[in-house]
Design a protein around this ligand. Sequence first.
Ligand code: FES
Length: 149
Amino acid sequence: MLQAAQTSLGYLPADAMRAIAQHLMMPPASVEGVASFYAQFRFNKPGRHRITICTGTACYVRGSGAILGDLQTDLGIPSGQTTADGEVSLESVSCFGACALAPVVVLDDKVLRQQTSDGMKKVLQDIYAEVGPGESCGTCASASEEGGK
Ligand code: FES
């Protein structure tokens, strides 16, 4: 039921977990306890785009920690959160099982191999270019300023 709710809604809001608990005649805390045990469940509404960066050993030694730090700075959110404008969710995983491609980032369902911070800045610029004028992340704003000089 938790998986079905997440598939339908994109995440597990508290209301959905309460409804499941009521249906199963269980305390809501029991349902939340089960859901929080599994890493597959998300409790915050996902952004329009989802960036997942691998921080496993192979990726980390090839720079994924620095890339993650730059993404957090540019987006203004920690890993596990969604930007206030709802455009981007940032997540990290321990290994995608594609270590030969390290450092690996997955944008929505697209695997980005051997990524760099500069490569991710371009990804963010492309995302916010879709949104249009008036919306920008930290990277896009600074790129616009540099381009305007
Ligand atoms: S450590 Fe990153 S894909 Fe395996």
